[in-house]
Design a protein around this ligand. Structure first.
Ligand SMILES: NC(=O)c1ccc[n+]([C@@H]2O[C@H](COP(=O)([O-])OP(=O)(O)OC[C@H]3O[C@@H](n4cnc5c(N)ncnc54)[C@H](O)[C@@H]3O)[C@@H](O)[C@H]2O)c1
Length: 286
């Protein structure tokens, strides 16, 4: 069975790898040749390390890589049973991609989006097959994380949902049904927790106390403040603002400290300064 993945960035390349490892013939499409070169080089390096360590045989590596091809043309979605879109989180780019995939794909191909929070119904509306469109939200890194959220649009058919759920199982993922509301399921629970943690720091709690409270008191592998620094304060604030604007509910009010930090350019690990300080290699120094 053939699957196509559109977008060869952080998520798309991992999703393509996941599908190829599960036995699918995969084409990974990206309009930027440099993205394809990077995805290819990263995967080859990753598999080479696995072979050196003995966790993958040379034959297995060749077998998986042999199922994965790369392309710059949307025409190559032809013959795919499912197309998974993982292009940037901008509604106009998503719509443009769905229009092109819809035009090139076979009539019975399912087209799913890995969007983190855009409306599936809106994305589906630009196609001639809105009943065959839905959301399949993977988590980073896609080959490792076991969960995918299944998000039905307003007119996604039961048949599409069942087939996509079966596909998710075939690539080794566990699914949850998430509503088509901001944050879907995981982020709607997780991000307000990080926001509340930021409120506590704003009120005077030490970041390390907040992190230790959740790591040692709830067995979280990473504290909410560390996690916010890790994903980027701007990204976390954007998700929280999306919840606030989407639900029109004050319980999702973004923490003002986050807004100030973003204005100051303190975006977390990626800028070397967030709630904590980091060195050039990204190690926490204070
Ligand atoms: N990064 C995460 O942790 C994460 C987790 C879950 C979901 N997502 C979602 O996955 C999607 C992709 O995110 P990402 O982090 O992989 O982004 P990314 O920027 O790493 O990758 C996007 C890729 O799309 C390519 N691209 C841009 N325009 C294109 C077009 N018109 N046609 C084809 N390819 C195009 C780019 O060259 C790039 O390789 C977004 O919707 C994001 O919200 C991201």
């Amino acid at each position: 069975m053939k699957a196509a993945v559109v977008g060869a960035g952080l998520m798309g390349s991992g999703i393509a790898q996941t599908c190829a490892q599960a036995g699918f013939e995969v084409v990974n499409i990206d309009t930027f040749p440099s993205a394809i070169d990077k995805a290819k080089a990263n995967l080859e390096a990753l598999f080479a390390r696995k072979v050196t360590k003995g966790s993958m045989t040379e034959e297995k590596k060749e077998e998986i890589l042999g199922r994965l091809t790369y392309s710059g043309s949307f025409e190559d979605v032809k013959g795919a049973a499912i197309v998974i879109e993982a292009v940037p989180e901008k509604i106009e780019i998503k719509k443009d991609t769905f229009r092109k995939v819809d035009e090139a794909a076979d009539a019975d191909t399912l087209i799913v989006s890995n969007t983190s929070g855009l409306s599936i119904s809106e994305i589906a509306s630009v196609t001639n097959r809105p009943d065959k469109v839905m959301g399949v939200h993977f988590f980073y890194p896609a080959p490792v994380m076991k969960l995918v959220e299944l998000v039905r649009g307003l007119v996604t058919s039961n048949e599409t949902y069942e087939k996509v759920k079966e596909f998710a199982g075939q690539i080794g993922k566990t699914t949850v049904d998430a509503p088509e509301y901001p944050g879907f399921m995981v982020n709607r629970i997780l991000v307000p927790m990080q926001n509340e943690a930021a409120f506590m720091v704003m009120e005077g709690s030490r970041p390390e106390d907040v992190d230790n409270a959740m790591k040692l008191g709830c067995n979280h592998p990473m504290g909410p403040i560390e996690l916010t620094d890790f994903v980027g304060i701007d990204t976390m604030l954007a998700t929280m603002t999306g919840l606030y604007n989407g639900f029109h509910d004050s319980k999702y009010r973004p923490c003002p400290l986050l807004e100030t930090m973003v204005k100051a350019g303190h975006l977390g690990k990626k800028t070397g300064q967030g709630f904590y300080k980091y060195d050039e290699k990204g190690n926490k120094i204070s």
